[in-house]
Design a protein around this ligand. Structure first.
Ligand SMILES: [Zn+2]
Length: 427
């Protein structure tokens, strides 16, 4: 039963540190999500305590097991106006990175969730995290997939799941630790709450009461997630070219998704057996435009192998991790460089990788320099590609045969003339 608010002007929020007890959450390389979310939550609570007009509750303040239902019930009991679920992320193939927010797909819970998540995502991307978007997800019954959002909906409480960053991908490595960075997240989350509600703090000397933002209209129907793949419209390849660091080829990729924006791209150089890491889908300036990356066309550069011929395929991913692939493109192996300077070539590769990643301050550089070393030989595709020297040999052979034929015919004509004139003489 919801508590009766003592002061109707006071905002009450509930912070939910994800997981706890037996439920570890993400578990990676000595990091446990259940511990991390508690540090963030405590810092968030402590920061919000410095603001006026807000009461903060926490679903748990120690390492205990709690069901999703218990969490939402608690928030409802204290009369929370908003439910903030704090999490850290991991992906099955360790290939994803960035921050994302999940919100309810329904009416004002969607609209208020979106309003807050926009402020939160702006703050997280300002840190340098990649924007994986603000999304809804539905289960087979057509209600919210995530239990906390589904149950919060039932009591008409807006909520958000904040996935601050990924623990298992080097792109996000600088964005978490065992304490300081987590406290920073807590303060960031608290500041976003203060901005969302227009709070002020004499202690901090900040006043967000004048802050305005365009409120998201309440949707007339359920906001469904995108369930269709993007369309990879074209990949245009340049001619291979040499720099001191190796041979490269430029590619212009155009992809489109009418329902959501593009997120990542990756490529294979062996016809789809091995794939590169995922790169950010950024326009040429590496800029996010508002809350979305609006460009359909991006430019990238990939190294041309000196070891073997390449069959290049690009894969593009939309915001919902659905993908599309290009058809294979044959690139003949580059001539081996005249002299090997391993130090210099490694340096060169990482600078080229910066171009691919879009330069984004604070993101660690490219580490997988020798990515072709472990690529196994593959069979050639059906289509035979005629190389320039093969073509030259074929033409030379045809010419030689023609000359030989002409000589034979000439020889026969001369011999025949000689014979017939001899016959005439005899007559
Ligand atoms: Zn989690």
């Amino acid at each position: 039963m919801p508590a009766v608010k003592a002061d109707p002007d006071v905002i009450r929020i509930c912070i939910d540190p994800g997981h706890g007890g037996e439920n570890l959450g993400a578990d990676y390389n000595g990091y446990l999500e259940k511990d991390m979310t508690l540090v963030v939550a405590e810092a968030m609570r402590d920061e919000l305590a410095k603001y006026e007009g807000i009461e903060v509750y926490m679903t748990r303040t120690s390492d205990v097991d709690m069901s999703l239902e218990e969490r939402v019930d608690y928030a409802d009991e204290v009369g929370a106006d908003f439910f903030f679920c704090l999490h850290f992320n991991m992906s099955a193939d360790h290939d994803m990175y960035g921050a994302e927010c999940w919100i309810s797909a329904f009416d004002n819970k969607y609209a208020r969730g979106m309003d807050f998540a926009k402020i939160e995502m702006r703050a997280l991307t300002d840190l340098g995290l990649y924007d994986r978007g603000i999304k809804t997800r539905l289960n087979s019954k057509g209600t919210n997939y995530y239990g906390v959002l589904r149950m919060a909906d039932e009591v008409e409480m807006p909520g958000v799941i904040i996935e601050h960053c990924h623990l298992d991908n080097y792109n996000d490595e600088g964005f978490y630790d065992h304490h300081d960075m987590l406290v920073k997240y807590g303060i960031l989350d608290a500041t976003c709450v203060a901005m969302y509600y227009g709070l002020k703090s004499d202690e901090l000397g900040v006043d967000y009461s004048g802050m305005t933002y365009e409120k998201t209209p309440i949707p007339s129907s359920v906001v469904k997630p995108d369930d269709t793949e993007p369309v990879l419209e074209s990949v245009v390849y340049g001619e291979p070219y040499q720099t001191e660091s190796g041979t490269w080829i430029d590619a212009e990729i155009t992809a489109r998704d009418d329902d959501c924006r593009m997120l990542y791209y990756s490529y294979s150089t062996d016809g789809g057996i091995h794939w590169s890491e995922r790169y950010r889908w950024m326009d040429d300036e590496g800029e996010l435009i508002g809350d979305a990356i609006l460009t359909n066309t991006i430019h990238t550069t990939i190294p041309v192998s000196t070891e073997k011929d390449m069959y290049v395929i690009f894969k593009v991913y939309n915001l919902y991790n659905l993908d599309a692939e290009s058809s294979p493109y044959y690139i003949e192996k580059a001539p081996a460089p005249e002299e090997e300077d391993p130090e210099q070539s490694a340096e060169g590769s990482s600078s080229a990788a910066e171009i691919q990643n879009g330069s984004d301050g604070g993101i660690s550089g490219y580490s997988d320099v020798n990515r072709y070393d472990d690529i196994t030989e593959i069979e050639r595709p059906e289509e035979e590609v005629i190389k320039p020297d093969t073509a030259f040999i074929v033409i030379a052979c045809i010419l030689a045969v023609c000359i030989l034929l002409v000589l034979i015919i000439l020889g026969y004509v001369v011999y025949d003339n000689h014979r017939s004139s001899g016959r005439r003489r005899r007559r």
